[in-house]
Design a protein around this ligand. Sequence first.
Ligand code: RIB
Ligand code: CA
Length: 309
Amino acid sequence: MKRKIIIDCDPGIDDSLAIMMALSHPDIEVLGITIVAGNCPVEMGFSNAKKILKFMNRLDVPVFSGASQPLKRNYINALDTHGSDGLGESFLEEIEGYEQKEDAISFLSNTLKKEKCSIIAIGPLTNLALLLKKDKEAYDNIEQLISMGGNYKSHGNCSPVAEYNYWCDPDAASLVYNSGKKIHMVGLDVTRKIVLTPKRLDYMKKENPRVGNFVEKITKFYFQFHLEWEHLVGCVINDPLAIAYFIDPSICSGFESFVQIETKSLSIGQSIVDDHNFYRKQANAFICTQVNEEKFFNLFYDCLLRRIK
Ligand code: RIB
Ligand code: CA
């Protein structure tokens, strides 16, 4: 039996690698892709998801547009990191048509009421917060909720203390963390260790030129960004780790804790992990704190290099 998932994302370069990984793994069935405003505006994310599906010859997978802005905050994109087209200025050909008859929230609501499936959320949590408000029964039907977002001891990437997905829409993240459903938080503490280096990219191009060259095309802008701003030779590919962790949870280790998301003030978007149980509250999250990089890349290569022709 394949494990069914919906990927809620803001594609986005690393989101795109996550989608490629999920579509190629034999044990996963992607029921649909829902788009949220984040790295790029929702219309751009919708178009970019179709470009990835086209590359994967998987235009059978439905894509649904979701929230075009955060619940309360003014929307701030991350095109400075992902390029003006949201895909590393690869300027891939637009895929015409393919409009869906329903929006992301109705798709999530209808699907979750029909069948159990997990949600891999790798963008701001706005769509999930809207689903929670609109249809708690469907939301409670989510089998496993994995969120790439937040940070425990690692510094932020949007402020000294906040990670982009939760900083972009802190009110949505706060609602989701207070929903009563446990979240697996794949945060910067672990994703920062997942670095696509020039050496790894060269290996990918040698092993599977079609995929390797495509990955190079959509990540070259991202390499430049990391060199300039993080003084890193390579690029942190956050989102594929959420997929890998869903496939093989042993890739990450961590602990259960009560987490709150700051929605105001200087530290807006910070995921506050109560690791010393000050608040005496029941744990609402599993915090990933360690990752086996080698295990990740073996799985990443297996999916992208050996299962995509
Ligand atoms: O902070 C990194 C996260 O924000 C990743 O999911 C990236 O794609 C952006 O959405
Ligand atoms: Ca993302």
